[in-house]
Design a protein. Structure first.
Length: 753
């Protein structure tokens, strides 16, 4: 019998060390990932295979073996929730020393470094961290100074361009003219420079700076980089597939001396390219790190054989992946129902049928263990209405995060001004909240005086020429800010000062007088803010820093409610039963994504489908509709190509739409019966025309938009393979290729397929 720990290029391990009891709970692959401590290591961890256990146990093992002290270990996560979970587990395993591990999100750890070396990048000690709305406000100010129409060119768009450059580790001096060829007619780089200058004037940084500036520090001061390189003997990274370029550069630099970098991730769950994640980071790990080892965790402890079979077959259609196949852990019962695939005439019928199934399942399964996961936010409305009609209590996850709500941002802005009189962005946010009769003209006078004297807006109140009534109001406002600040200096509790501030400023009264339906909820959120403050923070600055860094949705699932959420928000969660509606071409995969990024977008959309399937422990219901109401109008739809990629042996297909009558063939893919309409039957034209021309009512390409003799025909190109002509302009063809997405090709380079 072969040894279960016999891995390629690895010594045979015959016995686990008895002194480390926590190793006994590991399976062979997990054990190898924990005990392979030296050199670069990539742990490919599929959904439900125990990656958190591996990361935490590996840290404990390194510390217990004496390979490094806790403070010589760096562990990076993507969410504060994951960091807390790891910290709590580690403390139980190794004791209080766990608290000295450098453990946290990329941004939190980058901030920790920046707090120690702020002077290297011309910051002052009390620098502040700006949120997205403040960053956009600066962009808007810069654009308005030049008379730019902010309706034509949005400040949010400029901020997005700047943050993308920062995600790639590019300071203004590193951006080339070639990369500045789109937004603002190729003038975005100029605004990037001015944006960074304005941040320095405000003694502020944004989230992108929390990684970009440490890289700048390491570049300017190699001795500081060497200090960290010597300190961190072991570096562990969670969710490596979600790293952007700046994070990748940061990790490579820190690991240069020890070379002990362990990255845990799943290339099949990389779904965040829209916020800068680069799946290539994990795909090229073996090339980036010499003699790197790869260990695959494929034993799944969550889902059934049919769910894993469907998910594995689907994701196997992606070309850009390292490859692994999930299977049910031998010690578990892998039996279960097949994935249910349903076709409906309309989106409203789909929602009603899904909720009928929920009503049936809730007799055996708690509501909190069921969820509907949608591709696009607009889909939630139909399900919410159906849930209300059925009287089923529910929650929508992925709404505004707590610290992104208007009332919380306002309260934090008040506190920011207490902490730093120079925080002009905080001043502008709350000087007229509640309304104090401070108009644009007054703010412009204050701003001009602040610029002329190089002083903060709060101090400019004493110097600007203002109407007596306005001066009196602003003087009272300033006195209150200084008084509340004095209360903190005298040792008053942060929660008490904040409570007084919200009452005495009139902010709470503003929401009490507000008649909108969400006003009571806002007051409840402000009470919760006071609860958060109680005893958790040593001072005001510690709280502000916490509020600035809390970016991730905590996803606290209420125990008594059915859950509605997006697929992107569902990553990391699991439910007994999952409903996946809207599997239609144009919606999922999303047409806009395909048009902008072609085959790369298609593969990410497929990974998103894979994530949805693997959220379920016991049952999955996939559905699609022939007609769907989108933004006020009805749209016809074809079933998603992803439906066709689900293997027949793992699914049951039932459809109320005749076009989708399904004959199971138990092969690698399901098939659809050809259908002809009755003479007097109302026909969905999209379905019929496509079905009539192709011999089936399923097709995996976007629909042609304009007329032309070649439009709608299948063609072949020597490099890109087969595709369909979407549009024709003379000899220029717009073609959607099966494997390479949308391309512009001259007609002479293709032949009819």
């Amino acid at each position: 019998m072969s040894n279960p720990f016999d891995f390629e290029d690895e010594p045979v391990v015959t016995q686990k060390p008895k002194e480390y009891a926590y190793l006994k709970a590991l399976n062979p692959e997990q054990y190898q990932a924990v005990t392979t401590t030296e050199g670069p290591l990539l742990v490919l961890s599929g959904a439900g295979t125990g990656k958190t256990r591996v990361l935490t146990t590996r840290l404990a093992y390194i510390i217990d073996k004496g390979l490094a002290t806790p403070w010589q270990c760096l562990a990076v996560t993507f969410t504060n929730k994951a960091a807390r979970e790891m910290s709590e587990r580690l403390e139980k395993m190794v004791g209080p020393d766990a608290l000295t591990v450098w453990l946290g999100t990329f941004h939190k750890l980058g901030l920790r470094m920046l707090r120690q070396h702020y002077g290297v990048v011309d910051l002052q000690k009390d620098f502040v961290i700006l949120g997205e709305d403040d960053s956009e406000r600066i962009c808007k100010q810069l654009m308005q100074e030049d008379g730019i129409d902010t309706k034509q060119w949005s400040p949010a768009g400029l901020n997005a361009v700047i943050q993308r450059w920062k995600d790639r580790g590019l300071s203004p001096s590193a951006v080339t003219p070639k990369e500045d060829n789109g937004f603002l007619n190729g003038n975005a780089l100029n605004y990037y420079r001015r944006y960074q200058t304005r941040l320095k004037e405000l003694n502020a940084v944004d989230f992108g700076d929390l990684l970009l500036l440490p890289l700048e520090i390491f570049k300017v001061r190699p001795d500081i980089a060497q200090q960290y390189q010597r300190q961190f003997k072991y570096i562990l990274v969670d969710e490596y597939q979600d790293t952007n370029v700046a994070q990748y550069l940061w990790l490579r630099l820190l690991a240069q001396v020890s070379n002990n970098l362990c990255c845990v991730g799943d290339d099949d769950q990389s779904i965040y390219s829209w916020r800068g994640a680069e799946v290539e980071n994990i795909l090229r790990f073996s090339k980036d790190f010499v003699n790197a080892k790869i260990i695959r965790l494929e034993r799944n402890y969550r889902s059934t054989t049919h769910i894993l079979g469907a998910a594995s077959a689907l994701i196997a259609n992606n070309q850009s992946r390292l490859g692994k196949t999930l299977y049910v852990a031998p010690e578990r019962d892998g039996s279960g129902e097949k994935v249910q695939v349903r076709g409906y005439w309309s989106g409203s019928e789909e929602a009603e049928k899904v909720i009928e199934t929920v009503e049936s399942e809730m007799r055996r399964t708690p509501l909190s263990q069921m969820a509907v996961l949608v591709r696009a936010g607009f889909q939630t409305r139909a399900f919410e209405e159906a849930l209300i009609r059925a009287g089923i209590p529910y929650q929508v996850i992925g709404d505004f995060k707590f610290y992104e709500r208007e009332e919380i941002k306002d309260a934090v802005a008040y506190l920011r001004l207490l902490a730093n009189s120079s925080d002009d962005l905080a001043f502008l946010r709350i000087v007229n909240k509640p309304r104090r009769g401070i108009g644009e003209a007054t703010l412009e006078k204050l701003s001009q005086m602040a610029r002329d004297r190089h002083i903060p807006l709060l101090e400019a109140i004493d110097w600007a020429e203002l109407k007596p009534s306005v001066r009196s109001t602003l003087t009272d406002f300033k006195k209150n800010i200084l008084r509340w600040r004095g209360m903190l200096a005298d040792g008053e509790a942060l929660s008490k000062v904040t409570s007084d501030l919200l009452e005495e400023s009139g902010y709470n009264t503003m929401w009490r007088m507000d008649k909108s339906p969400d006003a009571p909820g806002r007051l409840e959120n402000l009470k919760e803010l006071l609860n958060v403050m109680n005893g958790e923070f040593e001072n005001l600055n510690a709280f502000i820093e916490h509020a600035s860094l809390v970016m991730d949705t905590e996803n606290q699932i209420n125990q008594d409610l059915f859950t509605v959420m997006t697929l992107h928000a569902s990553k990391g969660l699991e439910f007994e039963i999952v409903f996946l509606p809207g599997w239609e071409e144009g919606l999922f995969p999303h047409q806009k994504s395909l048009e902008e990024n072609g085959v790369n977008a298609l593969e990410e959309e497929r990974r998103l489908a894979y994530v949805g399937l693997t959220r379920a422990r016991k049952k999955v219901f996939v559905s699609f509709a022939a007609n769907r109401r989108v933004y006020g109008g009805w749209q016809n739809a074809l079933p998603s190509r992803f439906v066709d990629e689900l293997p027949g042996e793992h699914i049951d297909m039932i459809s109320t739409v005749r076009q989708y009558d399904y004959t199971p063939k138990f092969s690698t893919k399901p098939s659809y019966q050809k259908w002809e309409p009755e003479p007097d039957e109302e026909v969905n034209s999209n379905f019929y025309e496509w079905g009539k021309s192709s011999g089936t009512f399923y097709d995996d390409t976007p629909k042609p938009a304009k007329k032309g003799k070649r439009v709608g025909k299948r063609v072949y190109h020597e490099k890109f393979g087969t595709g369909i002509v979407l549009n024709e302009e003379g000899e220029k063809l717009d073609i959607f290729f099966d494997r390479h997405g949308r391309k512009k090709i001259l007609a002479r380079f293709v032949t009819e397929a």
